[in-house]
Design a protein around this ligand. Structure first.
Ligand SMILES: *Cc1c(COP(=O)(O)O)cnc(C)c1O
Length: 404
């Protein structure tokens, strides 16, 4: 069992008041809060070892380089990558997806197909559309059903030897659906397609095992897993990262440069042009250590309890509808109340100290599917409580009364 009060004490922001009320932070799907160890690690880096990495022979540069590479190793262990050089530091999920989509331009021609799902975040749609425009490949979309689950029989029908890459999120940020990615990965491989998994919304709740999954790419963001903003990870299988052209050119990513020809550095540096986000790369390792100490099994179990409790309480509100009722779901609840705009509810409950997300959640195609302008999204983390859920439910009832 988790000691939630002890965990909450690790997060200084959680004891703040917002608009004169104790903060209830239910916008974890957008970004997580940070524990004191993470906040401290950022200032410790700048106070004690700040230097550029891989360049200097001086002591601080060595210390910074070592800390950066130790962190890479922690992330390698965390996701069970075969090699540390398969772990590329990026600025976040969006950067990771763009790096792969850009590189794939070298492999595609008109007639080829790129496949996304109906459940994607805009950052896993737009880079692939750009790739298709550039190469003449066609974009195919795996449809979903009313529960917000991908329709696997349609996926089977869409897959063919024309499919060059499939890209799908592990968990939907808008609805909380957990996709059957193992099955999807195996099926993509059967037709010879590569597959990228957007793990931005999964990594806060579970520990992915990229070797067991056998995915070709897996991307995620540091800021959603208790780490800083501006740092993320692109995992790629070695064979793919060797084939894929680099996304950016510059310092750090080269072996030799002449005006006639440049040769690229070995992995992982080929994909890490320029001075990277050294501090946050190091601190991402601290955040992952923190989460592993709590334990992902404990996190998943407790968050599931929060999900069930909140679902039951919210459904007691008359006229409330939940969007996303997949059998396999994480602790995200998207809902609306009959006749009331989500933004109006969000604004009123903010005055009561409650932070939820309102709008399309960077997933407009999902909103179009349900023919709604947006939803109110409450997304829970392991530091949230049932009492906070009660507070939100009361606040939503109050807003409903005021608005109807
Ligand atoms: C948050 C999120 C992204 C984008 O992540 P950034 O950190 O903004 O780059 C992409 N996909 C999903 C599923 C997300 O939840």
């Amino acid at each position: 069992m988790l000691d939630i009060q002890k965990i909450r004490a690790d997060f200084p922001i959680l004891s703040q008041k917002v608009n004169g009320k104790p903060l209830v932070y239910f916008d974890n799907g957008a970004t997580s809060q940070k524990p004191q160890v993470v906040i401290d690690a950022i200032s410790k880096y700048y106070q004690e070892i700040n230097a550029n990495i891989h360049r200097g022979v001086h002591t601080l540069s060595q210390l910074a380089t070592d800390a950066y590479e130790v962190s890479r190793g922690k992330i390698q262990n965390h996701i069970n990558a075969k090699h540390a050089h398969e772990v590329i530091f990026t600025s976040g999920t969006t950067h990771g997806i763009n790096a792969v989509a850009n590189g794939f331009a070298a492999f595609l021609k008109p007639g080829d197909e790129v496949m996304v799902s109906a459940l994607e975040h805009h950052s896993n749609i737009v880079p692939w559309q750009m790739l298709c425009e550039k190469t003449g490949a066609a974009l195919k979309v795996i449809p979903m059903n009313e529960n917000g689950e991908l329709i696997m029989s349609e996926y089977d029908k869409l897959l063919s030897t024309k499919t060059k890459i499939v890209t799908v999120n592990h968990i939907s940020n808008a609805l909380g659906t957990i996709n059957p990615i193992k099955e999807m990965i195996d099926k993509a491989h059967e037709v010879g397609a590569a597959i990228l998994i957007d793990g931005a919304q999964a990594t806060p709740h579970l520990k992915p095992d990229v070797q067991a999954l056998n995915c070709d790419f897996y991307v995620f963001s540091g800021h959603k897993i208790c780490g800083p903003t501006g740092i993320g990870i692109l995992y790629g299988k070695e064979e793919w990262l060797r084939k894929l052209p680099p996304y950016q050119g510059g310092g750090e990513m080269i072996a030799t440069v002449t005006f006639e020809k440049t040769t690229y550095a070995d992995l992982p540096h080929k994909f890490e042009a320029g001075t990277p986000n050294i501090a946050d790369g190091i601190v991402l390792g601290t955040a992952i250590d923190y989460l592993n100490e709590i334990g992902f099994d404990n996190i998943a179990k407790y968050e599931h309890e929060l999900l069930e409790y909140a679902t039951e309480k919210l459904l007691e509100i008359e006229g409330l509808k939940i969007f996303g009722t997949a059998k396999e779901k994480t602790s995200v609840i998207s809902f609306n109340i009959n006749g009331i705009h989500p933004y109006d509810i969000g604004t009123i409950i903010d005055k009561l100290g409650i932070a939820v997300r309102t709008g399309h959640h960077c997933a407009q195609p999902i909103m179009d599917f349900f023919q709604i302008p947006g939803t109110i999204r409450a997304s829970f983390a392991f530091y949230n409580t049932k009492e906070e859920i009660d507070t939100m439910v009361e606040a939503v009832k109050k807003a409903q009364m005021m608005l109807s």
